[in-house]
Design a protein. Sequence first.
Length: 180
Amino acid sequence: FSEGIYGVLGYSGVGKTTFLRTIAGLMKPVAGEVCINNKKIDSPEKSGVYMMHQSYTSFDWLKCIDNVLISKKIKSKVTQGDIESAKRMLELVELNDYEDKYPQQLSGGQRQRLALARTLFVQPKIVLMDEPLSALDNTTRSRMQQLIIDMQKKNNSTIIMVTHSEDEAEKMCKNILRLE
């Protein structure tokens, strides 16, 4: 996969999530190996891949702003610039009035946008997204699709995205892989 957004479509249970988890190094392939830049991936630490899971997990004990900043807090000291960038990311996912709220105070769609903000904040070169917009209404979904497209172009990243929506895949994706 080169830079761009790639869609993965298929029926429920066909292995779309397993495919993503294998690329991320969370699962071992049944046969063959996963390589990124000619480097074998056999654990998440070695993959350099960031995955947004379908269940859009959040750290419920942390405020929304701290959820976005969690990757920075783990790796280094958070700067004022990081805080401003996190606030901007919350604004981009339309949660700018929620930075001091906790995830359990958010709706399902808002939690999914929080997970999206956390993912995009990291600016990884390779992003795996498992149904990243499934909990959103059509209007919000359309705006978040455009945000993902814009961020991919800005960061020159590779995004592999599982979706059940043919329309979404056709709108967003450079290529579509259909699993059967």
